[in-house]
Design a protein around this ligand. Structure first.
Ligand code: UT7
Length: 323
């Protein structure tokens, strides 16, 4: 059977780092509060010349380099983002143009913080369906542009960045030993739509709007939703937490990550945490965390890696990959 195998990974971050202490004196907050409640120590914030398209392009180029491929080898670009450069055309098409890709096709996918997990799953279906041979899957965001910088309950949490994977169709045996995407589970529930949303949009206010979140409400649902979807993925694959080599969760809050890993029985040393470095970068958070763990040698070829995300909608999901 066809498996979607990871050929390369790359990432990109804005030049400017904003540390927790930079909020002190501007807002009624402190480094101590932010670290204790979230685990975040710093985040990258895009300058005017850094956009979702430019960060996505840089991450895509890095992933192609790591794969030893060029854009001529790619058939499809799927970009997960909630912060497109324009309402339309899709930012993926802008990235396609920036990469000099004049063939194939590209589209954006919007599932907020779960966007990358949704995009990987979508790319997997295109590859297994034979519509593409190699896909660039990108998660890129500039959430700093959506933040209300006077709201301490949200503006300290988010950051900007991008990560990208090259996935390639390859022949597998159909078993757990195959490299590539082995199982996935996706969910959404729109009854929670007002717990984490942006109060603007073309069809309503004709403005971009600002991010609004009932943090405590999101927190309350997060661990249960994350662990449910991971248990469904484990059941599909026929594995348990002990079989995993690495758990790469969405990086929103260290307390949510710790509680989810504990409930699932995933050992602390198998959990990849980058929320301290990047904050919550929405659809970029999982590929940024993956990039760090691949670059420092933790994630190696053949390792069993579990991705997970949960965010606005609510949307949530998990993907199991043999690296
Ligand atoms: O990526 C999508 C998923 N998003 C998430 O997963 C976010 C989920 N939620 C969270 O991570 C947490 O709920 C937060 C980090 C947003 C908040 O942590 P919390 O422990 O749930 O705090 P809280 O909202 O219950 O607020 C506790 C107190 C409040 O003051 P009072 O009402 O107790 O006097 C807040 O006003 O902390 C206050 N507070 C702050 N204090 C200092 C809120 N933000 C700040 C701040 N600095 N930045």
């Amino acid at each position: 059977m066809i498996r979607s195998v990871v050929r390369g990974i790359g990432s990109a971050l804005p030049r400017r780092i904003m540390r927790n202490a930079d909020f002190e004196g501007v807002l009624e907050t402190s480094d101590a509060w932010i670290v204790q409640r979230t685990g975040i120590r710093q985040r990258h914030i895009a300058a005017d010349d850094e956009t979702t398209a430019s960060l996505g392009e840089a991450a895509a180029r890095a992933a192609l380099d790591a794969a030893g491929l060029t854009v001529d080898d790619i058939d499809l670009i799927v970009l997960a983002t909630s912060t497109p450069n324009h309402t339309f055309p899709a930012t993926s098409v802008e990235i396609q143009e920036r990469l000099g890709m004049r063939h194939g096709f590209a589209f954006d996918l919007q599932a907020v913080c779960s966007g990358f997990v949704y995009a990987v799953t979508t790319a997997d279906l295109y590859l297994r369906g034979g519509l593409a041979k190699r896909v660039l899957v990108i998660g890129a965001e500039t959430f700093s542009r959506l933040l209300d910088w006077s709201d301490r309950s949200t503006c300290v949490l988010f950051g900007d960045g991008a990560g990208a994977l090259v996935l390639e169709a390859a022949e597998g045996e159909g078993g757990l030993a195959d490299r590539g995407i082995l199982a996935a589970s996706l969910r959404s529930d729109g009854t929670h739509k007002m717990k984490l949303y942006v109060d603007g949009g073309p069809s309503t206010t004709q403005t971009v709007g600002h991010l609004r979140m009932e943090g405590r409400e999101v927190f309350k649902h997060a661990v249960g939703m994350i662990t449910d979807v991971i248990e469904a993925t484990f059941a599909t694959a026929g594995i348990t937490a002990d079989d995993l080599d690495w758990f790469v969760p969405h990086q929103a809050n260290k307390r949510i990550i710790d509680a989810s890993a504990k409930k699932l029985g995933i050992a602390e040393e198998k959990v990849v945490v980058t929320v301290d470095l990047h904050g919550n970068t929405s659809a970029a958070s999982v590929p940024l965390a993956l990039s760090v763990a691949v670059a420092d040698g933790r994630i190696k070829r053949g390792d069993l890696v579990l991705l997970e995300a949960m965010g606005g909608g609510f949307t949530w999901g998990a993907v199991l990959i043999r690296w």
